[in-house]
Design a protein around this ligand. Structure first.
Ligand code: SAH
Length: 395
């Protein structure tokens, strides 16, 4: 087996069980040939610290499979990791009012770079690292045997793939081609999901628990759902008895699907207003025309894709949160989120606090939110805790 020797000063993160090795940490590479192959990660002194998948073209040049060098990375290893990942979702897989969830959450489930989402009878996968790509055939075979889906579809058409030196691709991997729209159920609510063309694998499954929590606060409330996508939060609010929801998104396709979702749940369409446009601008026009809401949801896309975008992202978060605080009725609630991995929870808290101060409102934090449990967080891998949410109540 090929191996990498780490620089003496760069062993610390691996000792702390962080699963990524950056190319700058490598002193020497020996006998490494094939992209995605398994390599030993050795300390400067030559001791084996981990087994990892080599990524030839990425800054993250290896991703750890295991810190146990007695293990062998073979099809059985991949199978056992997949099975234990599926096992962890047994409760949600057995639910009768939900039929969509994340089955494999990459590093957090011990399979770096692999995402598998289940939408009713179909699976959607993303192979985002050389290691995941290397074991693709085995992965597809195990998933087909263990889950017995009607089909497995690949959505590896994301930017991260190019960093690993792969083409962006999508298409069928196994079984039937999925229909144009798959209807899923989440906590008894129906959503239409376009797994071929929707964002990520089609739906923001990571917000599932927060959508459920939102329902506790919506009865007879006037809601503003910013960055609505296909209406996840808005539909949940209406099902829970909200008086009216205003959904804002810049994508007309998303808003079209949102309208289908209203019909799928038998919701009176006059209760849902769809506004196509830029949240930053629309919140300003609402402020200028003194519009008010009881509950506002801010679930923007990743503002910081990289560290270099951090400052701009901070300004963006501050801006929308400040505007939202101003638009809330007394006693109103702000559900505010950040899914930027580069913004740690403390920093997000700080920006929202500053926005509260500048808005001149007295604000109480009543609950903190995170990604749903099927998107687990590994404590030694803070990057896996990417979704942060706060429920704030204004006086
Ligand atoms: N809350 C949604 C997911 C939101 S994803 C859910 O639970 O399903 C972020 C959405 O923001 C995307 O639909 C994208 O089209 C939209 N978006 C991105 N930038 C925007 C902007 N400046 N103004 C309005 N919408 C925007």
């Amino acid at each position: 087996m090929g191996y990498m020797i780490l620089k003496k000063t760069r062993e610390r993160s691996l000792v702390r069980r962080h699963p990524w090795i950056f190319s700058g940490a490598v002193e020497k590479k020996v006998g490494i040939e094939q992209n995605g192959q398994t390599v030993e990660i050795r300390s400067f002194g030559g001791e084996i610290m981990a087994l990892a998948a080599w990524s030839e073209f990425s800054q993250i040049c290896a991703r750890v499979w295991t810190f146990d060098d007695n293990l062998k990375i073979d099809p059985d290893f991949i199978k056992s990791r997949l099975i234990s990942s599926i096992e962890k979702r047994k409760v949600i897989l057995n639910e009768t009012d939900t039929n969509a969830c994340r089955l494999v959450n990459a590093e957090s489930d011990g399979i770096p770079g692999l995402i598998v989402d289940k939408y009713d009878e179909f699976l959607v996968c993303q192979f985002l690292s050389a290691g995941a790509e290397f074991w693709k055939k085995t992965i597809v075979q195990v998933l087909s045997e263990e889950i017995k889906p009607h089909g497995i579809y690949e959505r590896s058409d994301t930017e991260v793939r190019t960093k690993e030196g792969f083409e962006k691709i999508s298409g069928n991997l196994y079984g039937d081609l999925p229909p144009e729209i798959i209807q899923i159920k989440e906590h008894g609510i129906n959503y239409a999901v376009n797994i071929k063309a929707g964002h990520k694998t089609g739906f923001y499954l990571d917000q599932s628990e927060s959508r459920l929590i939102l329902q506790e606060y919506c009865r007879q409330k006037e809601i503003l759902n910013c960055f609505s996508y296909t209406g996840g939060f808005g539909i949940a609010a209406l099902v829970a008895g909200a008086t009216r929801v205003t959904n804002i998104d810049s994508s007309s396709e998303s808003l079209n699907l949102l309208e289908q979702n209203l019909s799928l749940n038998g919701i009176d369409k006059s209760k849902s207003l769809q506004v196509e446009g830029d949240v930053f601008k629309i919140l300003r026009t609402y402020r200028d025309s003194c519009k008010n809401f009881d509950v506002i949801i801010l679930d923007p896309p990743k503002f910081a894709e990289s560290k270099s975008q951090l400052m701009g992202a901070l300004r963006g978060y501050k801006d929308i949160n400040l505007l939202a605080f101003k638009l809330l009725n007394p006693g109103g609630l702000l559900f505010t989120f950040s899914c930027s991995g580069h913004i740690v929870p403390e920093l997000f808290f700080k920006i929202v606090s500053e926005a509260a101060t500048d808005s001149d409102r007295e604000v109480q934090l009543i609950r903190t939110l995170s990604q749903s449990a099927d998107h687990p967080v590994i404590l030694n891998f803070p990057e896996s805790h990417y979704l942060k949410g706060l429920i704030c109540k204004v006086r």
